[in-house]
Design a protein around this ligand. Structure first.
Ligand code: SF4
Length: 341
């Protein structure tokens, strides 16, 4: 038997790029059925948008402000590699983040102004999202200074830190754990795939056991961990992508970001695309893949993203992804048909 209960707000007004966060919170409370129904499970599925989830927690709207704190990345500075991941833009995946020339506080204030301009004034709260490049790749005292500045802002309720699993030494983990006792800290790991052939092709620069260790250490410290997975990486079959999602979902993480592979001008991925070495996903296939991925997620894994925002100025493919409203409406319809909504 499958029972579904919907959150009160499934609106897709969450199109506000990186200042709004899409989270579908699936909380499936399973209990074994009686003997006569052995083998069947009883599901209760509740779906939240992140707005609703955060509103329930903080009793106001919570917006995301992307920060560029001027970090670099070991996959760019020569420590691990020099070219970066094959899909990574020169902005270090922080195309919508603030300016590294400005202080964290100034970037937060600027982000607040942008939210107010879009929303016609706001008195909400904020997630300080350290997004650009590798946000734990600095001496721990520097990190303490930057993260404390963000957390000290009275309107910031969550610190979110995007990083690589190979950039979480003991002292950084302990710092994040310490800060997590002040306000919630989310750690976002860019895994993208579990498949070593693909990982080598995209020049990720670390092996799967490094990810396993990072997740175990974060879990040990009760840090909320979100993992990025890219759908549509060259050479990967549907089954490969599902195996990645299964692996990630069972690794002890709390959230997942499903990201469409964007081909951006100026990247090495773009060179391969222009040579015709692979094709970008069609919208139909992407919608199918996201739906199947979400269907196989276990209880209490939250979907933090279903698409992602390719930089409009540099996006080469797939161009259909620029019509975010259409994509989300199609995803919504597919998820409804699949019984997820
Ligand atoms: S780890 Fe992140 S910032 Fe570094 S090259 Fe890869 S995508 Fe870019």
């Amino acid at each position: 038997m499958l029972l579904c209960s919907f959150g009160t707000n499934t609106s897709f007004s969450v199109l506000k790029k990186n200042i709004m966060l899409i989270v579908f919170h699936f909380s499936r409370h399973r209990k074994p059925s009686v003997d006569s129904l052995q083998g069947l499970w009883y599901f209760l599925i509740t779906m939240y948008t992140v707005n609703q989830y955060l509103k329930d927690t903080y009793h106001t709207k919570v917006y995301k402000i992307a920060i560029n704190a001027g970090f670099t990345c070991p996959n760019r500075d020569g420590t691990v590699g020099t070219g970066g991941c094959i899909f990574c833009s020169g902005e270090g995946s922080g195309d919508y983040a603030g300016s590294p020339c400005k202080s964290v506080t100034d970037q937060i204030e600027e982000g607040k102004k942008q939210v107010a301009a879009k929303m016609g004034g706001t008195s909400g709260k904020y997630i300080a999202y350290f997004q650009a490049f590798t946000n734990t790749y600095a001496p721990v005292e520097k990190l303490r200074e930057l993260f404390t500045e963000a957390l000290s802002h009275p309107d910031v309720v969550i610190l979110s830190v995007a990083t690589r699993p190979d950039c979480l030494p003991e002292e950084v983990l302990d710092l994040l754990s310490e800060l997590n006792r002040i306000k919630p800290v989310w750690v976002e790991l860019g895994l993208q795939t579990i498949h070593e052939t693909t990982a080598r092709y995209i020049r990720r620069g670390y092996d799967l056991p490094v990810y396993d260790r990072a997740v175990a250490e974060l879990k040990k410290r009760n840090l909320y961990t979100i993992v990025h997975v890219i759908l549509g990486l060259p050479g990967e079959t549907d089954a490969d992508m599902f195996r990645t999602v299964d692996y990630v979902a069972s690794s002890g993480i709390r959230g997942i970001k499903l990201q469409l592979l964007h081909v951006l001008e100026g990247t090495d991925l773009a060179k391969d695309y222009k040579k015709g070495l692979f094709e970008a996903l069609s919208m139909d296939r992407y919608v199918y893949l996201v739906t199947e991925c979400i269907k196989r997620l276990p209880p209490d894994v939250t979907v933090h993203r279903m698409t992602g925002d390719g930089n409009r100025r540099t996006l080469i493919a797939p161009l259909w992804s620029l019509d975010k409203k259409r994509v989300l409406n199609t995803l919504n319809a597919s998820l409804q048909k699949a019984g997820c909504l």
